[in-house]
Design a protein around this ligand. Structure first.
Ligand SMILES: [Ca+2]
Length: 297
């Protein structure tokens, strides 16, 4: 285990003391929770969701329902095997649980959840954070990521860009990854890198998945550990919709998505084992910080 986990154990008794005498018993998820580092001269909190209610906060999110064809994108463009509903989430102790089930619906054999914050929580540049526990189950593809708002001037995916803060393959429980997608309409051009957790650690444990999006670079973290950086430069990223720009398509508003797919191209079509019935992706907290640093003219 990493040093910071030792630090958490030392802090825990103080956390419990702080809860004594408080009318709010606090959420059990907060035990051992620490706050990830960020530079307060660069970022300021803009939105957050602690999932304290008993349902999804529809002032911040919307459910995306179906197999993608409802959005003109069958299989969500990735040959995914799940049908998304608004019935696969539960909310308890400040945690959103996304239930991935073997369940026939809409011609698919699995159900799950996909939510997005479009037109509700979005930013150009900033720091994104989520505290998540992922299911270590073969065939599951959980993700915390970003797509542009509908008014992007850069056309359609992938000319309009995609920012993957965290993706994982459930059969590889010690690894997650991040990526940028950009370039041409309908073509997957991307840069990505993976992060391996410390020996003995797993994606089932709570981890902060963080991205810092600056005007001139992207930096990915798991907890406080940076694992990838992509700096602006000639064709570091690009959009055919504005080929001469060295910032397009990543200089306009993007919103968040959280989902767990089943099967799909990300893990070569691997599906859950025959005895799979249900797994849970847990989300404790999501935050968007706005960027308050300098932007070069
Ligand atoms: Ca929470």
């Amino acid at each position: 285990m990493k040093n910071k986990n030792l630090k958490i154990l030392q802090i825990l008794p103080l956390t419990l003391l702080a809860l004594v005498g408080c009318s709010d018993p606090g959420s059990s998820s907060e035990q051992g929770r620490y706050e990830p580092y960020y530079d307060k001269t660069q970022f300021r909190l803009k939105y957050e969701d602690e999932f304290e209610g008993d349902s999804l906060d529809l002032t911040k999110w919307e459910y995306m329902i179906g197999d993608g064809s409802q959005y003109g994108n069958p299989g969500w463009g990735n040959n995914e095997q799940q049908y998304y509903t608004d019935q696969n989430t539960t909310f308890e102790d400040g945690i959103m649980n996304i239930h991935i089930k073997r369940e026939d619906m809409g011609g698919k054999r699995f159900t799950s959840t996909r939510i997005r914050s479009n037109e509700k929580m979005y930013t150009t540049y900033g720091r994104m954070e989520a505290l998540i526990s992922l299911p270590a189950e073969q065939g599951l593809w959980p993700a915390f990521w970003m797509l542009p708002e509908a008014d992007t001037p850069y056309g359609v995916w992938a000319s309009s860009g995609e920012i993957d803060i965290m993706e994982a393959r459930g059969r590889i429980p010690d690894m997650t990854s991040g990526a940028l997608h950009y370039g041409q309409a309908g073509v997957s051009t991307y840069r990505s890198s993976s992060n391996s957790l410390a020996e003995g650690d797993t994606i089932e444990n709570w981890h902060w998945y963080c991205l810092e999006w600056y005007p001139d670079r992207f930096v990915w973290y798991v907890d406080d550990d940076q694992f990838m950086e992509i700096e602006k430069g000639p064709r570091s990223w690009w959009s055919e919709a504005d080929f001469d720009s060295d910032t397009a398509p990543f200089d306009v508003d993007f919103h968040l998505l959280i989902n767990c797919a089943v099967g799909g191209n990300f893990d070569g079509g691997v599906e859950p084992t025959d005895d799979f019935t249900e797994a849970i992706m847990k989300v404790d907290c999501v935050r968007i910080y706005e960027y308050i640093g300098e932007i070069e003219g």
